[in-house]
Structures are given as C-alpha cells and as structure tokens.
Design a protein around this ligand. Structure first.
Ligand code: B12
Length: 481
C-alpha cells in the first residue's frame, strides 16, 4: 500500500484561520486504499515537518496551495516565498517522494507554480477523482498526461490533461476534519466548513470561481449534507458551521431545501455563510435560514451602481439590491456587505451611487468591507479588458498580484475616497482591514461575557468601534464565533 503525506501550506490566519477542507476530503477518499497523513501548517508553520516526513516515509507528498496573495491593493501580502521557504525547500532536502501540487490558488496559476517550484505533477481544480487516478497510474509506472485535471511539467513544457469538472451529482464523503488535524484552534477562532455544491454558472468578469470549480452546478444531495451537519453537531457540539459555497443561494431552491431539512430534523445549530447573491434573496429563503439557525451572512453585491454592476457582468438587476437590503432589515439578519470599488466603468458618479446605497439601505449595525481595485486573474474577462486598456502586460503571468483600477478614478484617489468613507462611517472598513485590534478584541470578548451577548462578533466589535472611534481595525467575519 503506498503512502501519501498531504500538506496544508496555508499559513494565513486573517480574517480567521480556515481548516483545509479540500485536503481532508482528499484524505478521506484516499484512505480507503492508501496510508494517508495530513500535516497542517496553519498554526505549526513547518515545525515538525521534516520529522513527519522522516517517520512516515511517504511515496508521495501532496502540497495544497490555497492562497497566493490577500488581494489587498493597499498593502498586498504575498505567500509564495513563505510556501517555498517553509515547505518546498525543506521537503526537497528531506525526501525523494513524488511531489504533487494542488488547491485553488495553485489551480489559477498551475504553469508558473510548477515551473517556480520545479515540481513535475499537479492537479487543476477539484482533485477528488483526479488525484486517486494519478496515484494509481504512478504506482503502476504508467503515463498520466491524459488524465482530466492533471498537469505535468516535463522538459520545461507544461502538459494539461482534458477538462476538469464533470456534471452530475456531487458525491463527497464527510470531511471528518478532526480525524486528520487538530481542530481545537480552528474551533476557537473560526468555524467548521461544509460545502453543499460546486460550480458557478454566473459570468462575473473578474471572478475565478468558474475556473476553479467549473461552470455547471453539481449539487450534493440534501440528505447527505444535513446528515453531515447533524454528525458534526454530535461530534463537536456548539461549533459554528460555515457554508463555503462560492454563493450559498445558487441555484435557487438548493439552500431552501437544506434549511427546510435542518428545521424538519429539529437540529439546534449555529450557522453562517459567505456569498449570498443579492439577486436570489427572497422572504422564503431568509425565513428558512433564520429557522435553521443562521446567525450571520455575507452579502456580496460588489457595487450598487447599475453601470458598474453591468460592466462586472453581475447577474442581478439593481432593484434586486434594494429588495435584498429590505429583506435583510426585515429579518434582522446580521450581515457583512462586500463592495469592490474601482472596477470597470467606475467613475466618481458611480462611486457616489454605491455610497448612496450604503447610506440609505445598509443598517448601521451591519458591517461594510470596502475593497479597492479588482485583482486581475488570468483568462478572465477583466484580464482581457486590462490588456486592452494597457493596465497589465501580455507577458505578465499575474502571480504577483496586479489590480484593475478604473482609469477614471485612479489608484490614489480611490484609496483616499475609501479612507475618508471609513472615517465618516463607523461601520465601513477601509481596504485590507478585517482583523481587529487586539485591545478591542479583548474588550469585545469581556463585554460579551459580561452582558451574555449571543450576537455575531462583528456586531459587538462595531458597537465598540462606534463608542471608541480611536480603535482602527475591527473584524470582518467573526474571528471568534
Ligand atoms: C470559502 C472561501 C473563503 C472563506 C473560507 C471559510 C472557511 N471556513 O473555510 C473566507 C471568506 C473566510 C475566505 C477567506 C479568504 N480567502 Co477565500 N475562498 C473561498 C472559496 C470560495 C472556497 C474555498 C473552499 O473551501 N472550497 C471547498 C473545498 C472543498 O475546495 P478546495 O479547498 O479548493 O479543494 C479542492 C481542490 O482545490 C483540490 N485540492 C485542495 N488541496 C489540494 C492538495 C493537493 C495535493 C491536490 C492534488 C489537490 C488539492 O481538491 C479539493 C477537493 O476537490 C475559494 C474560491 C473557490 N471557489 O474555490 C476562495 C479563495 C480560495 N480565497 C481566496 C483568498 C485570496 C482568500 C483570502 C486571502 C481573502 C482575504 N484577503 O481575506 C482569505 C484567506 C483566509 C485564510 N485564512 O486562508 C482566493 C485565493 C486566490 C489568491 N489570490 O490567493 C480564492 C481562490 C478566491 C479567489 N479570489 O479567487 N475564503
């Protein structure tokens, strides 16, 4: 039986640490026929890595690369140097095992990363079928270049396998994360991730989700999702469960069915989700979400200007936004709003339109995260536009982050506008700010205990920020659930 060591190279802990869901799903799948271990670098860095490699003596090492950078135009952080220093180089010295790269960050930049790390094999996109198939071929000493999703660096050429994501039902095992890594610190600071479907059929011009997950929706059966959630509730009572779908309420009906099944089973849960598409918010959805135990959501319109919404290729009409805001208020759903300023066709007038929406419709107790500029990813519509407008060069692999900022606004003016907006609106955070000041966090934790508050952490932090504007940073999605 061959042995594989899967390594989580993600050392990013902001806005909160995220457990390596994809890696644990792969571990569960591979463990039926192979010896598998997972090394989690999030809190350990590379402490114990060489010892783990020496004692386990793997035949294969899978390196999961999730984040390349933090997409923050104001003060970008890039992670590849750390990944190379902490994981790639020590591994080279410690083992001759075959290295395989994968993960969402890798998938976006497969060719430059294989070259940079001089690794022969990689998997682009979901690896649930591709990785076991690749290992079977390598075990048997066979060629694997033709496998869907597999990429190979050979004689300085990168060979891509066929298409990546198939259509149909999404069949994944329970991730059982705590079987593979120490979940304790994640439980304290973050949440247990669950995925309900893959694929994104929308055409947002700047977005990578279709490239990572494919365009066709593949839904996980509702019973399987709720079985897993029920199981997590038993294994880790009280843990917050977070849906990590790129948008939770697409395609229509799936989220509603999941919530209805949770309610039917009478489960008592604390749930939250990123990526609520404002176009798909309905009264029924929020009624079911509240009944199922949703304590907070992220809503991601990105702009409230009809012109920019259109230029970004978003799927909703501007009227849907005001309707969504009305429903958020009516259902008192604690919400973090995401707006990206400086996108295609943005000018001072469209910036004003978005702020007019925020001022009129976003409740002061809800949080607004303001991003400046759009990270340009290869082969997106925004990439083509940035090329046309001379904002990026044709030979730029975009691994070092490049940002699109509408020339009609400009980088410096955009940043100045957003800083000023954050100064005058206590619930709006400037670009890149999502982690709370340590003193403020301490105060918030004490206040929650003192007053027995059960609200999302960001709501408590916003109260403090309003009371003491001297505190600069306050948290995005709750760092402590
Ligand atoms: C959900 C999500 C979040 C949530 C996470 C919540 C949580 N509790 O997990 C939140 C909102 C907190 C978040 C934050 C951030 N995120 Co995010 N996030 C995502 C999203 C939408 C899904 C990730 C996910 O869980 N997928 C489900 C699992 C099952 O899939 P997976 O991990 O990709 O694993 C599969 C494959 O990748 C592959 N695979 C995975 N590992 C390995 C390893 C090997 C060896 C192999 C062969 C294959 C393989 O197989 C797996 C199973 O099929 C992705 C985009 C996307 N659609 O993938 C962005 C994404 C990963 N995020 C991204 C970024 C940048 C960030 C932030 C840095 C943003 C910021 N400035 O705060 C932070 C970092 C947080 C952190 N601590 O790491 C980028 C990364 C690209 C980049 N530029 O670096 C992505 C790709 C989105 C984008 N803009 O393109 N994120």
């Amino acid at each position: 039986m061959s042995r594989i060591l899967l390594i989580n190279t993600n050392i990013v802990k902001a806005p909160y640490p995220v457990p390596p869901l994809g890696l644990c799903l792969l571990a569960e799948r591979l463990a039926t026929r192979r010896e598998v271990r997972v090394f989690d670098g999030t809190f350990a860095g590379n402490d114990g890595l060489v010892e783990a490699v020496r004692s386990f003596a793997p035949d294969y090492v899978g390196l999961g690369i999730r984040n390349i950078d933090d997409m923050n135009l104001a003060a970008p952080s890039e992670y590849l140097d750390d990944i190379e220093r902490l994981f790639v180089r020590p591994l080279r010295d410690a083992t001759r095992a075959t290295v395989i790269l994968g993960g969402s960050g890798f998938s976006l930049f497969a060719e430059p990363l294989l070259r940079r790390f001089q690794v022969e094999w990689g998997v682009v996109g979901e690896a649930d079928a591709a990785l076991p198939a690749l290992l079977d071929r390598l075990d048997a000493g066979q060629d694997a270049d033709d496998l869907a999703g597999v990429v190979r660096l050979q004689h300085d050429t990168v060979v891509f396998g066929a298409s990546v994501c198939s259509a149909g039902v999404l069949d994944v095992p329970f991730s059982r994360i705590e079987r593979w890594i120490d979940f304790t610190p994640y439980r304290r600071l973050g949440a247990y991730p669950v995925q309900t479907r893959r694929g994104c059929a929308h055409g947002c011009t700047y977005c990578t989700y279709p490239a990572v997950e494919g365009r066709a929706y593949r839904l996980r059966p509702v019973q399987a999702i709720v079985d897993e959630i029920e199981d997590i509730g038993k294994r880790l009572p009280g843990a917050t469960i977070e849906f990590v779908d790129s948008t939770f309420n697409d395609p229509p009906g799936h989220a509603e069915s999941i919530c209805a099944e949770i309610v039917r089973r009478g489960l008592k849960l604390r749930l939250r989700t990123m990526g609520i598409n404002p176009g798909g918010i309905t009264d029924e959805l929020f009624t079911l979400m509240k009944a199922a135990g949703f304590a907070q959501i992220d809503c991601t319109p990105d702009s409230a200007s009809p012109r920019v919404i259109r230029a970004m290729g978003k799927n909703f009409a501007p009227e849907a936004l005001t309707r969504a805001a009305g429903l958020i208020a009516r259902h008192r759903m604690p919400t973090t709003w995401f707006f990206l300023f400086g996108g295609p066709d943005e000018d001072l007038e469209t910036v004003r339109e978005t702020f007019a929406f925020i001022d009129q419709y976003v409740r002061p107790e809800d949080l607004v995260l303001m991003g400046a500029g759009l990270r340009v990813y290869p082969r997106t519509g925004l990439h083509r536009r940035a090329l046309r407008e001379g904002i990026v060069r044709p030979d730029d692999p975009l691994v070092v982050p490049a940002f699109y900022v509408s020339p009609a606004v400009g980088r410096e003016r955009m940043l100045a506008i957003l800083r000023e907006a954050a100064r005058t609106r206590p619930n709006c955070l400037p670009p890149g700010e999502s982690t709370p000041d340590a003193r403020m966090l301490k105060e918030a934790v004490e206040m929650r205990v003192r007053e027995g508050l059960d609200e999302p952490m960001f709501v408590t932090l916003l109260r403090l920020r309003r009371a003491w504007p001297r505190f600069a940073g306050i948290g995005g999605p709750a760092p402590i659930a």
